[in-house]
Design a protein around this ligand. Structure first.
Ligand code: DSN
Length: 439
């Protein structure tokens, strides 16, 4: 490999990361392992090209081949999702969402209504810390006490707040999203309905989650989560969207470029096209369904160990554990689990009494370990390991949030890093992951 000679430092770091990804149980629900073919498309001469504009309407010469790449990616997405319009250029999910707001909303006047980050929404669904909540007005909805969408409350809020766009789509919601109910509310108040399906795209393609296509106007998705493509994003407009606004596609194209971006990343576009072809193959249906079977098995084993799962379980690829009944903080649990080679997120839970930096829960999912071929028997093992780690962590006095931010944490962490229980589990995990190769 040329890189090992020209830049041995970076080469070594890449190899180290390759090993880390191979050794651990990668259970962050937004992560996955792309295929070799996707990575090959990423690492090509397509990275050398500029192609501002759209196929056949470019501001740069020399785009004969790139036009074909982008048109192919668009055609594959249109067919896979059954939508008339697709833009494959957003560099990632956040710019894709911003592009939709730029296309449809007047700054500081029109309102976006999305789920609050603290309840499993995303920064770009109108959070005040994000440009989407600073450049536009926003109103954030919350979940009900059962950890599920409360459509009565959402409807009342929509009638009161009159949003221009309602966002349905979440980063930490373990249940099926009822797009039809959202559509009824959006129609009642005349709002555009945007489904950000980033987390569940692969499940939708596999038929393991209902599709939003018959109900919403616009869909955004990243391409690297359950869809298993490269980092990137797409914006789609449905037939229903074009019926509401025949210019919707054109408005979104203009919002992406010249509104927000210059040139697309053409190597990324090619890799998205490859991922879409892979997702259209019958094996992907089996994959998507297995993600859900694995998550359900993991959830029921965790319940058997007395874990408190937000909403009581899962219908999709992810599980949110409220660790308060175990007396363990989510950040501390995530650190200890990583020592045991189990990689998850610390995460807030609905009605969390702790701040986001030091939240009460962890979020974990099955997309990446399912890509490795793991099935139900392995999920039961994983639940057992998680339980053993948490039982050990329970013996520690939890740092306060203030301690977690200062020197005290160094000592605490060094104890966790040397914990014999966690290290023993790390070895057991490694002997399992060694049997399930990454692509
Ligand atoms: N970072 C993604 C996630 O982990 O859910 C959302 O952008």
């Amino acid at each position: 490999m040329q890189l090992s000679k020209t830049d041995p430092q970076i080469y070594k770091l890449i190899k180290d990361e390759e090993k880390r990804q191979r050794d651990v149980l990668e259970m962050i629900p937004s992560e996955n392992y792309t295929s070799r073919a996707v990575m090959e498309a990423m690492a090509t001469v397509l990275t050398n090209k500029y192609s501002e504009g759209y196929p056949k309407k470019r501001y740069y010469q020399g785009n004969r081949v790139i036009d074909e790449v982008e048109s192919l990616a668009i055609a594959r997405a249109q067919k896979l999702f059954g939508v008339p319009y697709v833009n494959v250029q957003p560099h990632s999910g956040s710019p894709a969402n911003l592009a939709v707001y730029v296309a449809l909303c007047q700054p500081l006047r029109d309102k976006i209504m999305g789920l609050s980050l603290a309840f499993g929404g995303h920064l770009t669904h109108g959070q005040p810390q994000s440009a989407t909540g600073r450049f536009f007005k926003s109103t954030l909805y919350e979940l009900g006490e059962d950890g599920r969408l409360d459509f009565d409350a959402i409807e009342k809020q929509a009638i009161r707040e009159k949003p221009k766009i309602i966002v349905c789509g979440f980063t930490a919601y373990p249940r099926t999203v009822n797009f039809r109910q959202f559509a009824q509310i959006a129609d009642k108040v005349g709002a555009y309905l945007l489904a950000d399906i980033s987390h569940i795209t692969g499940l939708i393609v596999a038929g393991a989650h209902p599709s939003p296509v018959p109900y919403v106007h616009i869909i955004t998705t990243t391409t690297h989560k359950t869809l298993r493509g490269p980092r990137g994003a797409m914006i789609m407009v449905t037939a229903r969207g074009l019926k509401k606004d025949p210019d919707l596609g054109k408005k979104i194209d203009s919002a992406v470029i010249p509104g927000l971006q210059g040139g697309p990343h053409d190597n990324q576009t090619a890799a998205i096209a490859v991922a879409l072809k892979e997702a259209a193959a019958p094996a992907f249906v089996t994959y998507g369904k297995q993600i859900v079977k694995n998550a359900k098995t993991l959830a029921s084993s965790l319940l058997d160990f007395g874990f408190d799962l937000v909403s009581g379980g899962t219908d999709n690829h992810l599980i949110l554990i409220d660790l308060r009944n175990k007396g363990v903080n989510g950040s501390i649990a995530a650190i200890a689990l990583e020592v045991a080679n189990i990689v998850v997120n610390k995460n807030g839970v609905p009605f969390d009494t702790q701040p986001p930096f030091y939240p009460s829960g962890i979020r974990l999912g099955t997309p990446a370990i399912t890509t490795r071929g793991m099935k139900e028997p392995q999920m039961k093992k994983v639940a057992g390991w998680i339980n053993r780690v948490i039982e050990e962590v329970k013996k520690e006095k939890m740092p306060t949030e203030k301690e977690a931010r200062n020197e005290f944490m160094k000592d605490f962490k060094s104890r966790v890093y040397k914990n014999k229980n966690h290290l023993k589990i790390a070895t057991e995990v490694k002997s399992l992951t060694a049997r399930f190769p990454v692509p």
